[in-house]
Ligand binder design. Structure first.
Ligand SMILES: [Ca+2]
Length: 109
C-alpha cells in the first residue's frame, strides 16, 4: 500500500474537506453513486466520472476511502509535474484538473 509521502498540510486538509463533501452520508467512504451524483451536478460526463472513480478506487471494492482519495490526487499531481518537462503532444485535453477545480467551486459555494 502506498503510504502518503510528505504532503503539504494545507493540501491534505483541502483534499480531506473535498472528500467529506463527496461523502454525503458520512460513511467514511465515497460510494459510486455518491460520486456519480456529484459529477452530474458538476456536469462531468458520466464516462469521465467512471474513469476517475475507477482510478481512485485502487482496491476495486466499489468505494473510495480517504486514503485512496488522497493518494489518487497525489499521483495526479506528480504526473502533471512530470508532464511539464515533456512535450505538449501527449497532454490529455482538459479533464481531471479542471474537474477538481469545479468540485472545489461547488463545495465552497
Ligand atoms: Ca476502494
Amino acid at each position: 500500500m502506498a503510504s502518503p509521502r510528505a504532503m503539504n498540510k494545507e493540501e491534505q486538509r483541502r483534499l480531506s474537506s473535498l472528500f467529506h463533501a463527496y461523502d454525503v452520508d458520512n460513511s467514511g467512504r465515497i460510494e459510486k453513486n455518491e460520486f456519480t451524483t456529484i459529477c452530474q451536478e458538476l456536469h462531468v460526463p458520466s464516462q469521465e466520472a467512471d474513469s476517475i472513480f475507477n482510478r481512485l478506487d485502487v482496491d476495486k471494492d466499489g468505494t473510495v476511502t480517504l486514503e485512496e482519495f488522497i493518494s489518487g490526487f497525489k499521483e495526479q499531481h506528480q504526473e502533471e509535474e512530470e508532464d511539464d518537462t515533456e512535450t505538449d503532444d501527449n497532454k490529455s485535453p482538459g479533464g481531471e484538473e479542471e474537474f477538481s477545480n469545479n468540485t472545489e467551486q461547488v463545495i465552497s459555494r
